[in-house]
Write a new protein. Structure first.
Length: 444
């Protein structure tokens, strides 16, 4: 005779099982964990998106309705900064939660195509590895740019799965880098796929969100748009003529088409989140890795990507979390890339590794409105430039020239005040020197 064991359910287990069964009968995703407290995290990173490239940030010649909607549903930042003016340093800062100058890979400006000599060390904790250890599903869809060798890749740094590119930029149709090498990967294996890469990344993100999740998830969706080569979804013929001249060509019309594809992609991903019944339990962060380039609208800021002037560092940023963050708000709180890392770890109740202390701050109390915005000191360094932002003041050293700007009254950095306010200049110089002494030596 066969015997059977009967499991008596606790009241909590019975409620969860009932919810799961009802969802299955209704044809809804069985996201059982959603009854728990820990949220999902969706971090969306655009590539070379300038401060004013969304219509909700002032872009005058095209519209971004889906990202504008995201801004209305959450909090929009007016003083968000990238941790660096180029791809690799900022991505290093986000993944580690630390200033990029603390790691050799963070000194790359950016990591060059085919350079296997440096990458993110496998032993260094990341936002993904910490969340994975805390029970999260983790995935990176999109651009990595923190190392080409397998030991430097996303799967060695806490991502359960990876679909995307390892280099700084690929052709949108062939998915090849500037040398002509295929650079589209499924985990560690190169793969060939037909399609415009913005759409491929969107489709993969939708599939990830829409499948069953028995645990909370962290999804990093790192679009390659609107980084060059400048190709819209209908520009496949242009793709065939580019070869290694990725940064050539383009036009405002092409840029608008790229932005429309990016905007629609974000809209499609957000729709999938709602359809899966996950939008109220998902923290969504949208931002850019640095300021814009040739076709970006950076007004009123000076210069562009690659510089520590405001145009190279100031980026759009939107945070949405229904039921937790009041919608339709603007904040002037200064925020930097590593702060997103600190906030993600905080809301997911994930501890940072004390051996690798974070440089970012959890700004959720400010975002929620339970704490007022406050002045901060933020610092940057490249091979040729230094910068400090402290309150309204900004110190900038560009080559042999030094400047002091009042960003509150002069966001375009047009009026140099170093002769008028030498004591402020000296204070910020001292701040920089103290900070630099804690970083790796500047590359020669």
């Amino acid at each position: 005779m066969e015997t059977y064991k009967i499991k008596l359910l606790t009241r909590r287990e019975f409620v969860i099982a009932t919810i799961a069964g009802t969802a299955a009968l209704a044809g809804l995703p069985r996201n059982i964990y959603s009854a728990k407290k820990r949220p999902n995290v969706l971090f969306i990173l655009a590539d070379d998106l300038g401060y004013g490239d969304l219509s909700c940030y002032g872009r005058p010649d095209y519209q971004t309705p889906f990202l504008d909607k995201l801004a209305r549903q959450g909090v929009q930042f007016t003083q968000a900064y990238a941790a660096g003016p180029l791809c690799t340093p900022t991505r290093c800062a986000f993944i580690t939660g630390r200033y990029p100058a603390r790691l050799p890979i963070g000194l790359e400006e950016p990591l060059k195509y085919g350079d296997n000599s440096v990458g993110l060390p496998p032993e260094h904790p990341t936002v993904a590895s910490l969340l994975k250890d805390n029970g999260y599903e983790t995935a990176l869809i999109g651009k990595w740019h923190l190392g080409f060798l397998p030991e430097y890749g996303p799967n060695q740094h806490g991502f359960d799965e990876f679909f995307g590119i390892l280099s700084g930029g690929v052709d949108y149709f062939t998915h090849k880098d500037r040398s002509g090498k295929l650079d589209l990967y499924e985990n560690l294996s190169p793969v060939e796929r037909n399609g415009y890469i913005t759409e491929l990344l969107t489709d993969r993100a939708v599939k990830f969100i829409s499948r069953r999740h028995d645990r909370p998830f962290y999804l990093s969706l790192h679009y390659t748009a609107p980084h060059w080569p400048w190709e819209g979804p209908k520009d496949e013929e242009v793709s065939g003529r580019l070869k290694d001249t990725f940064a050539a060509g383009g036009s405002l019309k092409v840029y608008a088409a790229m932005m429309k594809s990016l905007d629609e992609g974000v809209g499609t991903v957000m729709k999938a989140l709602g359809k899966a019944n996950l939008d109220r339990n998902t923290l969504v962060i949208f931002t850019s890795d640095n300021g814009g380039e040739r076709f970006s609208y950076n007004w009123p800021f000076s210069k562009q990507k690659g510089t520590l002037w405001e145009g190279g560092l100031r980026v759009p940023a939107i945070v949405r979390w229904p039921g937790t963050i009041q919608p339709g708000r603007l904040t002037d709180q200064a925020v930097m890339t590593m702060d997103w890392t600190a906030m993600i770890l905080s809301v997911t109740k994930t501890q940072a590794d004390p051996s690798y202390p974070l440089d970012g701050q959890d700004l959720l109390p400010v975002i929620k409105g339970s704490q007022p915005s406050y002045d901060r000191t933020l610092l940057w360094r490249t091979r040729k430039q230094d910068a400090v932002r402290s309150g309204k003041w900004k110190y900038l050293k560009d080559g042999d020239k030094e400047y002091l700007f009042d960003l509150l009254n002069d966001p375009g950095e047009k009026v140099d005040l170093k002769e008028t306010l030498p004591e402020v200049l000296a204070q910020l110089q001292a701040e920089f020197q103290k900070w630099e002494s804690q970083m790796l030596p500047r590359p020669k």
